[in-house]
Design a protein around this ligand. Structure first.
Ligand SMILES: [Zn+2]
Ligand SMILES: [Zn+2]
Length: 303
């Protein structure tokens, strides 16, 4: 009977403890992202590119729904990773994985039907013609959150294929078994964030979640803290609009980097990836400063 008297550990102090992470629902996620890209294309100078990205997200949704299911991470590995404070998904090992190679094959084949700018078409054909070794190089770069200069376009196709595979893999995990790894590091796959968002949903209102650029897991991070170095000192915010901005740059004086922060609490439609591209104006503003971009987004690598 004492059970009823035990305080709920998630409600200590009357404030519910926000969950560490929300795992992606890949099909819904990519469908919603496609709609958001299409919406942003209606009123943006980057309209043709945004429409292309909408189509690419739609293709991701289709592949997530139709490819053979991703093999779940072994329970022993999940347990060992949690004990060691590590993410259960070993991204670097995925460069060798057949299921990811098959996803890349399906994505590049599906993408041939999409309308795209000529440089995109050339890059797509290059990836399709790439041999095993070249594909391995592209995959290894993407799985290390790295895009060599002047090769943004081929890496984009590889990145969106990796996103499909990683989101499906993350979706097989149990969020309750994840442990915090490090500030600014995804607890599911060890990836870097694309952006972070101050949430508006009931229960996690005004709580910040970072979105993984690779597997789309969202994880809790305290606010006013640099996602690149973990510093809580010297954090400031910049935006293009002067008042009521829903997209800001969280700037760190310690490591001289910045990551976008979205206020979903003010605009629930903001998408961690699509609105990152849609708010390119902020990147242009920040390029004129001494600070370097910390959020990883292969869709912006060419800008
Ligand atoms: Zn991740
Ligand atoms: Zn920093």
């Amino acid at each position: 009977m004492t059970d009823d008297l035990e305080p709920d550990p998630s409600l200590i102090g009357g404030v519910p403890k926000p969950p560490l992470a929300f795992l992606p629902e890949p099909v819904k996620l990519f469908q919603a992202r496609a709609r958001r890209f299409a919406f942003l294309a209606e009123s943006n100078e980057l309209a043709p590119y945004l429409r292309f990205l909408a189509e690419l997200s739609r293709l991701q949704a289709r592949l997530a729904a139709t490819l053979p299911p991703a093999a779940p991470v072994a329970p022993q590995r999940i347990a060992d990773a949690a004990k060691a404070g590590m993410p259960p998904i070993d991204r670097t090992a995925l460069a060798e994985e057949a299921a990811l190679a098959a996803t890349l094959e399906a994505l590049t084949e599906g993408a041939t039907a999409l309308e795209m700018p000529e440089p995109g078409r050339v890059a797509l054909e290059a990836v399709r013609a790439a041999d095993r070794e070249q594909r391995h190089w592209l995959l290894t770069n993407i799985l290390s959150d790295r895009i060599p200069e002047n090769s943004a376009a081929p890496h984009l196709f590889v990145a969106v294929a990796a996103e499909v595979h990683l989101a499906r893999l993350a979706a097989t995990l149990d969020a309750g078994l994840l442990v915090p790894v490090h500030v600014g590091i995804c607890p599911a796959c060890g990836g870097r964030p694309v952006t972070s968002s101050v949430m508006g949903m009931q229960g996690i209102e005004n709580v910040r979640y970072a979105a993984c650029a690779s597997c789309a897991t969202q994880w809790n991070e305290v606010r006013v803290k640099c996602l690149c170095c973990g510093s809580t000192k010297g954090i400031s915010y910049r935006s293009v609009e002067t008042t009521e901005a829903t997209v800001k740059a969280e700037v760190c004086q310690e490591c001289k980097s910045w990551v976008k922060i979205f206020y979903q609490v003010k605009n629930p439609s903001l998408d961690p990836v699509a609105d990152d591209v849609g708010s390119l104006g902020l990147d242009i503003l920040m390029k004129e400063t001494e600070f370097r971009r910390g959020g990883f987004n292969p869709r912006l690598a060419g800008y």
